[in-house]
Ligand binder design. Structure first.
Ligand code: ZN
Ligand code: ZN
Length: 369
């Protein structure tokens, strides 16, 4: 794993050189973690990674946190500054820059307290956004990242099966109670929290794709949309299954569930290097269209997943982005009947050299098992 951080910084240096930029600055959160293995904590601790186009990377760290930085950050050098003052961190970064820098690319996540002094000292024509460089690097996962994503997906799969196994016991519990049980299950398996607020949508609530969970009681014969993920080793998971915990599903449900699984399969089948994100969306949408369900699929097909649960890659209608090996994203067709029930099935996939590999393998069935 140690080598990967160095390799990532090396790739960043090449991008900076291509762009004629002097340096990039990464802020605590996914970007700092990507380059050093140390996520840090945003807002109250003004860490920043100075990553020059030439020369060694320096983690600027408030003196009280230097030991933490030394313990967790894989980086060439750590520079301690007095106190925990964003001005001091900005001044330290400025002191590392060449005499008259032309372009310094700043992490979009950086808080105003850090960005302000840099803009003030260097001017808006020098300070630009590091987003294009950081997102283009983070889009293609290396082997260490893919392994971490698989571990995170495996935890979500295990909890998904656990919740499914509640069977008839789930009837009578509320969506919020099921969500609490899911969080506890993830935590028990070593996850560091959920990657987004847990979705448990019973009956009509499952038809609202934007809803998280409420206080509705799960009833017999009611499809329940269960969509969640966790953070494990910094990497997010995200998967969706639908379960009818007890009794017979509503009329028409079985065919819709089968169609949604078929749409997911068609999406996975379409994935390979060189096809576009829009092609994958078309494969999913086309499968639903064959069954007159396309107009009930009211959202995009998928999103990038990595150190964040929703990364920059969008799998949606007409998106021209060409898929490349190492890209990881969700495929999540949904079919919604307003006021009645909904179905959404979601897996994560990684683009391989000649196709796709799924990161999720929990059963794609509505039965409680
Ligand atoms: Zn999801
Ligand atoms: Zn998703």
């Amino acid at each position: 794993m140690e080598h990967s951080y160095q390799q990532r910084r090396e790739r960043a240096r090449l991008r900076l050189q291509e762009r004629g930029a002097d340096a990039a600055i990464a802020y605590p959160g996914p970007n700092l973690q990507y380059f050093t293995g140390f996520r840090g904590e945003p807002v109250d601790r003004f860490h920043a990674l100075y990553l020059p186009a030439d020369g060694e990377a320096v983690l600027v760290s408030p003196d009280g946190y230097a030991s933490q930085a030394h313990a967790y950050a894989d980086v060439e050098s750590i520079h301690s500054v007095d106190g925990n003052d964003p001005e001091a961190v900005a001044a330290a970064i400025e002191s590392l820059l060449p005499r008259s820098p032309e372009a310094v690319l700043l992490d979009d996540d950086a808080v105003a307290a850090l960005a302000g002094p840099l803009y003030e000292r260097l001017g808006t024509d020098v300070v630009g956004s590091a987003k294009p460089v950081f997102t283009s690097l983070r889009r293609r996962k290396d082997d260490a990242e893919i392994e971490a994503l698989k571990r995170s997906a495996a935890v979500a799969d295990a909890v998904s099966e656990e919740v499914r196994a509640l069977g008839a016991d789930a009837v009578g519990t509320t969506e919020a109670e099921l969500a609490t049980e899911i969080r506890a299950g993830l935590h028990a398996r070593g996850a560091k929290g959920v990657s987004f607020d847990v979705v448990v949508g019973a009956g009509p609530n499952g038809a609202d794709a934007a809803l998280r969970h409420g206080d509705r009681t799960v009833r017999s014969g009611e499809p329940v949309v269960v969509d969640f993920g966790c953070f494990l080793d910094g990497y997010a998971s995200d998967q969706t299954r639908v379960v009818v915990y007890d009794g017979d599903p509503p009329e028409g449900f079985e065919a819709v569930h089968e169609a949604t699984v078929a749409a997911l399969d068609a999406g996975v089948e379409a994935v390979e290097p060189g096809v576009t994100a829009g092609d994958v969306d078309a494969a999913v949408r086309g499968t639903l269209a064959e069954r007159d369900l396309a107009d009930r699929f009211t959202h995009g097909t998928g999103h990038g997943v990595g150190l964040a649960s929703h990364e920059d890659l969008s799998i949606a209608e007409g998106v021209p982005t060409e898929l490349e090996p190492g890209m990881v994203f969700s495929i999540e067709p949904g079919v919604y009947f307003d006021g009645e029930w909904g179905v959404r099935i979601e897996d994560l996939v990684v683009v391989t050299d000649d196709g796709a590999e799924r990161l999720n393998d929990s059963p794609r069935t509505w039965r409680p098992l």
